[in-house]
Design a protein around this ligand. Structure first.
Ligand code: IPD
Ligand code: CA
Ligand code: CA
Length: 278
């Protein structure tokens, strides 16, 4: 326990995560509108640019310089599709320290110049996220959490919102690139939720949506078919800001969760039940 506490208490993991996210974010921003035609990954809705790949390289190299023995799971190092993602996570499940990175979350927005995308970096110790950083270069907003030490934006403590019912809630979701299974299900859930909440938002970066739940700007967020790199950092932000993250059946968050349900805690049950009716 003592060893674990000293690991969690280490400033250097967080400092490196923050440094990586801000360096990558600045670089991404400097390349807006200056990259070759994007490639398609899993489907025509799933894009990747040379900037995604460059950002991941930059982060991987920086982390490797500081912590050469740590394991690394980055989106661009994994074949597209849900099976390959699950397998990649399985392969690193024994890692002591595992960095989980989405070098640009919201690539479609990035490609179109819609300023809602982020860099997401998490560090897990034996499968438990201990550091989470989400950086929004467009607004220069850095969201940081350390396990047991709270969540911060621009150095100010964050806490989740106080809405107690769906009727009062602003809730976000995503439109998944997987149009076989994930999208149809999510669309049905949108249909079910829209009349019951104050309003819905679909802004195109799961990691930033999660950070917004932590910051109390959204009451909740759900999506079908996400990957560990979309969620790991944001999950810690929300938990440290007093919220709840689970899968859609209410099982507590762990790295393998794909169908996420995140909220301020107060609306969690109601949101879970509303989604389960679909
Ligand atoms: C995507 C974004 C989007 C979500 C998709 C994700 P990417 O990540 O988070 O908001 O709806 O399901 O795949 O591909 O831009 O890293
Ligand atoms: Ca992503
Ligand atoms: Ca990405």
């Amino acid at each position: 326990m003592e060893e674990r506490e000293s690991i969690i208490g280490s400033k250097s993991f967080t400092a490196v995560a923050v440094n990586c996210a801000s360096k990558a974010g600045e670089w991404i921003k400097s390349r807006i509108g200056r990259f070759a035609e994007p490639d398609l990954k899993y489907s025509m809705h799933d894009l990747v640019t040379e900037v995604d790949k460059g950002s991941e390289r930059l982060i991987r190299n920086l982390i490797g310089t500081h912590f050469p023995t740590h394991s690394f799971l980055g989106e661009e190092g994994v074949e597209p599709g849900p099976d390959a993602s699950a397998l990649a996570l399985e392969r690193v499940s024994d890692a002591e320290y595992l960095w989980i990175v989405d070098p640009i979350d919201g690539t479609t927005n990035y490609v179109h110049g819609f300023p809602f995308f982020s860099v997401s970096i998490a560090l897990a110790y034996r499968g438990q996220v201990i550091v989470g950083v989400v950086y929004d270069p467009s607004r220069d907003e850095l969201f940081v959490a350390e396990k047991g030490k709270g969540a911060y934006v621009h150095g100010k403590p964050m806490s989740v919102s106080r809405e107690a019912t769906l009727r009062q809630s602003l809730v976000a979701t995503g439109l998944p690139a997987d149009h076989e299974f994930a999208l149809p299900k999510n669309l049905k859930q949108i249909e079910a939720l829209a009349p019951r909440v104050r309003n819905l938002r679909v802004a195109g970066s799961a990691a930033l949506h999660m950070a917004y739940v932590a910051a109390g700007r959204l009451s909740g967020f759900w999506e079908i078919g996400l990957n560990s790199w979309d969620l790991a950092a944001g999950a810690l932000l929300i938990q440290e800001a007093g919220g709840v993250v689970s899968d859609q059946s209410g099982e507590p968050y762990q790295l393998g969760v794909r169908h996420v349900l995140a909220s301020n805690g107060r609306i969690h049950e109601e949101l879970k039940e509303a989604l389960a009716q679909v």
